[in-house]
Ligand binder design. Structure first.
Ligand code: INI
Length: 156
C-alpha cells in the first residue's frame, strides 16, 4: 500500500484569518457567515478567528499577505464577490485577485483559500452564498482546515 497523506477536517486549535471584501457586501456577509459557521461547527475557537475587511476583491491579496506573514494565523480564507458589469473591470479584478492570492499562498507556504465568487449575474452569486448552490464561504473554511492539517502532515 502506498503511503497516503490527507488532511483532516477539524478547526480545533486552528488560527484562522478570514479576509473579506465589502464590495457586494450583501453577498460577502453571507460568505463570512458561512465561513464562521463551518469554523465553529468543526470545533473552532471563536477567539482564534479574526475577520479582516478590505474595500474590494482587488485588495484581498495584500491584506491576506500581511495577515499570514504576521505569523499569527495557520491559514487564511479570502472571501469576495466579483459580479460582471458592462465594462471589462470584472476581468481585471478577477484576474488580479486570483493571481495575487495564489502568489501569497505559494510565497508564504501558508494555506490561503480562494473563496471569491466570480459570477456573471447577481443571481449566480446569491445561489453560491447560502441558497441553491451551497455557500462558498463555508466550503472555503473547510478547505482551509484540511490544508492546515495536510501542511502539518507534510512538515512532520
Ligand atoms: N470589487 C469586488 O470585490 N467585486 C466587484 O464586482 C468589483 N467590480 O465589479 O467593480 C470590485 N471592484 C473594486 C475593486 O475590487 C477595488 O476595490 C477597486 O478597484 C479599488 O482598488
Amino acid at each position: 500500500m502506498p503511503a497516503i497523506l490527507e488532511g483532516q477536517i477539524s478547526a480545533q486549535g486552528v488560527r484562522l484569518a478570514v479576509v473579506v471584501s465589502r464590495f457586494n457586501s450583501f453577498i460577502t456577509e453571507r460568505l463570512l457567515a458561512g465561513a464562521a459557521d463551518a469554523f465553529l461547527r468543526h470545533g473552532g475557537d471563536e477567539s482564534l478567528m479574526t475577520v479582516i475587511k478590505t474595500p474590494g476583491a482587488f485588495e484581498l491579496p495584500l491584506a491576506a499577505k500581511a495577515a499570514v506573514k504576521s505569523g499569527k494565523y495557520d491559514a487564511a480564507v479570502a472571501l469576495g464577490a466579483i459580479i460582471r458589469g458592462d465594462t471589462p473591470h470584472f476581468d481585471y479584478v478577477a484576474a488580479e485577485s486570483v493571481k495575487g492570492l495564489a502568489q501569497v499562498t505559494l510565497e508564504t507556504m501558508v494555506p490561503v483559500v480562494y473563496g471569491v465568487l466570480t459570477c456573471d449575474t447577481v443571481e449566480q452569486a446569491v445561489n453560491r452564498a447560502g441558497t441553491k448552490s451551497g455557500n462558498k464561504g463555508f466550503e472555503s473554511a473547510v478547505t482551509a482546515m484540511e490544508m492546515v492539517s495536510l501542511m502539518r502532515l507534510l512538515a512532520s
